[in-house]
Design a protein around this ligand. Structure first.
Ligand SMILES: Nc1ncnc2c1ncn2[C@@H]1O[C@H](COP(=O)(O)OP(=O)(O)OP(=O)(O)O)[C@@H](O)[C@H]1O
Ligand SMILES: [Mg+2]
Length: 339
């Protein structure tokens, strides 16, 4: 296991996703998604139901490869087209259902599929020794490594599943909703473990719907909305409300769309205002109509202008067409986001 240092923020990401897109038939699940994870960093991946979190994780885990985009590992593009490829790189995934065997004990579960065999028989003593060692380095408290998984609490099971993912000595661990079904005490236990993974220099992707968990352990939050990036935030300097706004799309109005469209909107608004003002004044000169403009107000203002101002100078029409086009373009992202 890489018991390494945590890394400064500027370092090359261990894992970087660039422009990942994925479609299921008519559903565009992911569009042009970027994500970076560095060593010693916990990145929370958040978003509403259906935002594309699981789909994104599956592209990283090699379970459902992307249609488009690049996955970079330590700065180099790689192909992750099957789970084995992800594991070989050093990507471990703990799925929400954990995939533990209730009837096996903790040792049996930890070494399931990678049993230690000596002279043709299972080396139970060695596996038990390593299991104790692993659990103890992670400060995981389990009554006994020889009790069946079925008799452990939800939190203990989750920690066993995470411990198991570490046996392959990954550099990136993906945890899909690790605290979703847990109580307060058990959640704390799992979050403590996440912090220990970071201390060991691992990069952690934490999928969560729980903002308290995100605030408690994540360094950064990447928000997905309708299959697209909707902001990445430093947890320390971002309020819970801001993150929730990005998830629900409230920032579509306040931030995203404003940033994308401010220039065009100002221009169109200016044109509309000028139109209305000119129309009201009854000036026949230089009163641009906005028939082709998409926004309702623009149409109304345009009608007003048409009625009151009457004929418009032909030379202005060229300019209006420009505005109208921009207004139509500017309106597009809103429609897509709302679709
Ligand atoms: N195998 C599939 N076939 C068809 N559509 C799919 C498939 N998997 C996911 N989708 C669709 O892709 C979109 C993203 O789904 P995804 O499961 O990634 O969301 P999520 O963010 O993980 O949501 P949740 O928080 O509910 O787990 C959804 O519209 C979903 O219906
Ligand atoms: Mg999901």
């Amino acid at each position: 296991m890489p018991a390494t240092q945590s890394t400064e923020a500027g370092a090359t990401p261990v894992l970087a996703l660039r422009g990942i897109s994925k479609r299921f038939g008519a559903v565009q699940a992911l569009t042009d998604v970027d994500l970076e994870i560095r060593a010693g960093e916990v990145v929370a991946l958040v978003g509403d139901n259906g935002a594309g979190k699981s789909t994104l994780v599956k592209t990283i885990a090699g379970v459902g490869p992307a249609d488009d985009g690049v996955i970079e590992w330590e700065g180099r593009p790689v192909t992750v087209d099957r789970p084995h490829a992800a594991q070989e790189l050093g990507i471990a995934t703990v799925y929400q259902d954990l995939a533990l065997c209730d009837n096996l004990d903790v040792v049996g579960n930890l070494f399931l599929g990678r049993e230690i065999v000596r002279a043709g028989v299972l080396d139970e003593v060695e596996m038990e020794r390593r299991a104790r060692e692993l659990l103890s380095t992670l400060s995981i408290r389990i009554p006994s490594v020889r009790i069946p998984i079925a008799s452990l609490s939800g939190g203990q099971r989750q920690t066993v599943a995470i411990a198991r993912s570490l046996l392959g000595e990954p550099k990136i661990v993906i945890l899909d909703e690790p605290t979703a079904a847990l109580g307060v005490e058990q959640t704390a236990q799992v979050l403590d473990l996440v912090e220990r993974l970071r201390e060991r220099g691992l990069g952690v992707i934490l999928i969560s719907h729980n903002m308290a968990d995100v605030k408690a352990v994540a360094d950064r939050v990447a928000v997905l909305r309708l299959g697209r990036n909707n902001g990445t935030f430093e947890v320390a300097s971002t309020s819970q409300e801001e993150i929730i706004s990005a998830i629900t799309g409230a920032t579509d109005n306040a931030v995203t769309r404003r940033r994308a469209r401010s220039a065009e909107v100002a221009e169109v608004a200016g044109a509309v205002e000028a139109t209305a003002a000119t129309a009201a004044a009854g000036a026949a000169e230089a009163a641009p109509t906005t028939q082709a403009a998409e926004p309702a107000q623009a149409d109304k203002a345009g009608e007003k202008a048409d009625k009151k101002a009457g004929e418009t100078a032909a030379a202005d029409k060229t300019a209006q067409a420009g505005h109208a086009d921009k207004a139509a373009q500017a309106d597009k992202p809103e429609k897509e986001a709302g679709a």
